[in-house]
Design a protein. Structure first.
Length: 403
């Protein structure tokens, strides 16, 4: 009996020592305690890109879902999500607050090309992981210059070349009008079209830029119509995409219209544009559309709908931006699961670059995430889709960056 008690006491002491050691180790790691890990992010919850804040809201809801299940490896996630108002200067201020005042373990899912551009050098100099940023700007997958940054969107080069290929094959020799936001987002898409179309770009493509702070894009669209273009590509925010779709119908212009993946939300873009106006618009996706009847019995879509009903009861399932936020949440969950109890910034970065055939629940079948030291982007495959007035309808085969 005494021997058994002694063995039990020794086991308890060993466990307490291990827990104490973990606590001491955790105290030496930024943003990590024995019961919590701090993660920082910024979103445009206000300002001209406020529609995109829906991604942040659903990411926060998914983190609540994780925490209600006990967290990950015994730790709750303290997600500190700050508003950058779609302003690069505000994004700098908020990001430095997250790193220097809140002392987060890492940055996850900040949204916006301009916002991330304003912080990418800072994060990499500080060696703070800046993971799965919501921008497809080509520079964010440059692992040589920015080894601590990974992208949570397909690269704009990949997406742009897919649209250029689609237009040139469907409408050979047609003139193309491009309305683009005057920043890295817009310029990367223009460069992708130029790269794919080569000499035909100068002959067939007309571009017109706008500033993110412009109240409307009406004058640019009137000009682009005057060129006689038969295809129209809108590269910018949900607000500009909605304005563009609505304006072309108002002035009686009916080109083949393409909007980029990040503006394809039915609720966030197409409803403001007018669903009838948006009929026939083409875009791309890597996620299932919860409104599409083909997915009504899909386990991932069912879980997604249940999560929105519980944590965001007033949300509109038609807003596909919510699906993006939940998917980001699943990526965050997967990384932290792989980290185990080693939540050093070095291991967090290592695990972010070690995702193998990971398929989030809303990913289209056949599309998986594979990251590595030389591949810093989550998504490299897309599905083209067309809006039928009610929902997006996929068409054609999956297209990868290697195609």
């Amino acid at each position: 009996m005494l021997y058994a008690k002694s063995m039990l006491a020794s086991a308890v002491l060993a466990l307490l020592s291990l827990l104490t050691l973990q606590q001491v180790q955790a105290q030496n790691i930024p943003g990590v305690t024995a019961t919590e890990i701090k993660v920082g992010t910024t979103f445009p919850f206000s300002g001209p890109g406020s529609a995109l804040g829906a991604v942040g809201k659903s990411l926060m809801a998914y983190v609540d879902h994780i925490n209600d299940r006990g967290g990950i490896n015994g730790r709750k996630i303290n997600l500190i999500a700050l508003d950058d108002a779609y302003s690069p200067s505000k994004a700098v201020e908020q990001t430095r607050k997250l790193v220097e005042n809140d002392e987060v373990a890492f940055l996850f899912s900040p949204l916006g090309t301009a916002a991330v551009s304003a912080n990418v050098k800072y994060a990499n100099v500080k060696k703070v992981p800046q993971l799965f940023v919501l921008s497809g700007a080509n520079k964010f997958i440059n692992y040589v210059d920015y080894p601590y940054t990974t992208s949570g969107l397909p690269s704009y080069e990949t997406e742009g070349k897919i649209y250029a290929k689609y237009i040139t094959e469907k409408m050979p020799g047609s003139r193309v009008a491009m309305l683009y936001q005057n920043d890295d987002l817009g310029k990367d898409f223009v460069a992708a079209f130029r790269s794919y179309m080569k000499d035909d770009f100068e002959k067939l493509v007309v571009t017109k830029s706008y500033e993110a702070t412009d109240p409307t894009v009406d004058s640019q669209i009137v000009f682009l119509k005057s060129t006689g273009a038969e295809a129209f590509v809108i590269v910018g925010s949900p607000k500009s995409a909605a304005q563009g779709i609505r304006k072309i119908r108002e002035i009686g212009w009916n080109p083949l219209t393409i909007i980029i993946n990040s503006t394809s939300s039915v609720a966030g873009t197409l409803v403001p544009a007018g669903l009838d106006n948006a009929k026939g618009v083409v875009s791309s996706t890597f996620l299932k559309d919860a409104l599409d009847p083909v997915w009504k019995d899909d386990p991932g879509v069912k879980s997604y709908r249940a999560l929105l009903a519980k944590y965001m009861p007033n949300s509109d399932v038609a807003d596909t931006l919510y699906a993006a936020g939940v998917t980001q949440g699943e990526i965050l969950e997967k990384i932290l699961q792989q980290c185990g109890n080693d939540l050093s910034r070095e291991n967090i970065m290592k695990q972010a670059l070690s995702l193998k055939d990971f398929s989030p629940s809303l990913a289209i079948p056949g599309i998986t995430i594979n990251t590595s030291a030389k591949n810093h982007q989550a998504w490299t495959t897309l599905q083209l889709q067309q809006f039928d007035g009610k929902s997006w309808v996929p068409f054609g085969k999956l297209i990868s960056s290697a195609d």
